[in-house]
Write a protein that binds this ligand. Structure first.
Ligand SMILES: [Zn+2]
Length: 274
């Protein structure tokens, strides 16, 4: 998720804007704690700061999405994506953003295999590359699957950290919402029975598929401390609560299994024109 300070990545070079460095305004992201410290100091009087910005952009190099299919049975040509993104900001290992997304997507396949469950539709795990500064992995996938988008039944991405999940968000059409009552009932014992509909989720990696009509799904997460860690050196594994991660895997697995086996069509996402 790029919510703050993405421009910090593009400081010392001309980048895709084509502007020379001298014509561009430096930008930087700070953590919530640092922002609050600056606000407190500023209230006492004039505040001067020395900012050291270290980002560099190196020449492009090849990289890849990582994709694994759990083949379906009678509807194997239809695809349900479960996904997270493989890259992270280089300040830390990116535990919340987005190792938990990738780990949970992998755990969906692992869980179903352990239970010896075979889905009707193919469940495709994707670890997207390059979400953070270009979504070129998602764009490459969409280009490669352009003729096959209609066969994509739905797509799930977890990219809001590993806070406690309360359910799912989705961009299915309003008429399809009633189909999700059994999923809500299955998730309710976890306290994750909320299904929240929006016209478009516009997650980083799924937005192209969503515009092409594939309904998006994302865990509905308590993100109250996500932005304390996200895109900072503090985003490390010790900040991930194992119980919430287990709940996360359960929500993702139940949703993927439900979508992969649903008898009725859920229709297409209808992203409003802007
Ligand atoms: Zn992310």
């Amino acid at each position: 998720v790029r919510s703050v300070g993405g421009a910090a990545y593009r400081l010392p070079h001309t980048g895709s804007s084509g502007l020379a460095d001298g014509a561009r305004i430096p930008a930087a992201a700070v953590s919530a704690e640092d922002a609050m410290l600056m606000a407190r100091l500023a209230r006492r009087g004039p505040l001067s700061m020395r900012l050291v910005l270290t980002p560099r952009t190196l020449p492009d190099a090849d990289s890849y999405n990582v994709i694994a299919d759990l083949p379906g049975t009678d509807k194997a040509d239809e695809i349900v994506i479960v996904s997270g993104h493989l890259d992270s900001w280089d300040l830390a290992t990116g535990a919340h953003d987005d190792a938990v997304g990738v780990a949970s997507a992998m755990a969906v396949l692992e869980t179903l295999k352990r239970l010896d469950y075979r889905p009707r539709r193919t469940i495709r795990m994707i670890a997207w590359m390059n979400e953070e500064n270009g979504t070129r992995g998602a764009r490459g996938y969409l280009a490669a699957e352009q003729g096959n988008v209609e066969k994509h039944f739905g797509a799930i991405e977890s990219d809001n950290g590993a806070g406690r999940p309360f359910g799912m968000r989705t961009s299915v059409g309003p008429q399809a919402m009633k189909l999700f009552t059994p999923l809500q009932a299955a998730l309710q014992p976890l306290g994750a029975g909320v299904i929240q509909r929006q016209d478009a989720l516009q997650t980083g990696d799924l937005s192209g598929l969503e515009r092409a009509g594939v309904p998006s799904f994302a865990p509905l997460i308590d993100t109250s401390d996500y932005f304390d860690y996200h895109h900072t050196p503090a985003d490390t594994l010790d900040k991930v609560d194992p119980d919430n991660l287990r709940r996360h895997v359960a929500v993702m697995t139940a949703t993927a299994w439900f979508l992969a086996n649903l008898e009725q069509p859920i229709g297409r996402a209808a992203v409003p024109e802007r």
